[in-house]
Design a protein around this ligand. Structure first.
Ligand code: TYD
Length: 205
């Protein structure tokens, strides 16, 4: 981990409202005069965008191939975007990171959380966020908010999304010093205030 920058990940199920929270946080950090680099996974690099199309909209991808594509996206992303940004002192805010793979591929696809966590850790060279905000939402509420269009992950059954949610919560409860869990069904402004309060405690704001 670099000394100068600060690395924040937002995680949660589909339709949890992460992207809205990322926007709120970026605005607050910029207002406080910080350089902010905002990014998302999969995607965020040229290779990542191609991998994103493949993995979310491609066909006949086996679970292990899926896990490797998500890992390749992150390997590129960390090297190309995240590490250089942290090295010059920026705050990096990412919409999803390694925990998504542990929850979706490890728990959702039943590949094994530890194996997927090891794969992800190797892909990102062990880079861990200072803080991960888990926006927790019931899968049925997430489905309702997403509306009609569904990618490969979103089309999965409720049981898949429930396994994903439970695994996110288990990771967060296992390391409270590195996580903030917020209730995704609360008002967006209320959630944003909780995130800022925690970052103030961490000394970032
Ligand atoms: P995206 O459109 O970015 O969804 P959201 O707005 O909910 O973040 O789609 C990303 C999808 O890919 C989402 O369903 C979660 C899934 N995913 C994984 O399965 N593994 C991963 O490592 C990552 C980063 C995402």
């Amino acid at each position: 981990m670099t000394d100068s920058g600060y690395f924040i990940a937002f995680e949660g199920g589909d339709g949890a409202g992460k992207s809205t929270q990322v926007r709120h946080l970026v605005a607050a950090l910029e207002a406080a005069g910080r350089e902010v680099v905002v990014t998302r996974q999969p995607g965020g690099t040229t290779l990542g965008s191609a991998l994103r199309d493949l993995v979310l909209h491609g066909e006949a991808i086996t679970p292990r191939a899926e896990a490797l594509i998500f890992a390749a996206d992150k390997a590129q992303h960390v090297q190309e975007v995240i590490l250089p940004s942290l090295a010059r002192g920026a705050v990096v805010v990412t919409d999803r990171y390694t925990d998504s793979s542990v929850a979706y591929q490890g728990a959702g696809r039943s590949l094994g959380a530890q194996e997927v966590a090891d794969l992800q850790s190797w892909a990102v060279g062990g880079l861990t966020p200072h803080l991960t905000v888990l926006v927790d939402v019931d899968p049925s509420e997430g489905r309702r908010r997403r509306g009609g269009t569904h990618d490969r992950m979103e089309s999965e059954a409720d049981a898949f999304h429930t396994a994903v949610r439970e695994h996110f919560l288990a990771m967060a409860h296992g390391a409270p010093e590195r996580y903030l869990v917020v209730d995704g069904s609360a008002r967006a402004e209320e959630i944003a205030a909780q995130v800022l309060q925690r970052l103030a405690q961490e000394g970032l704001l």
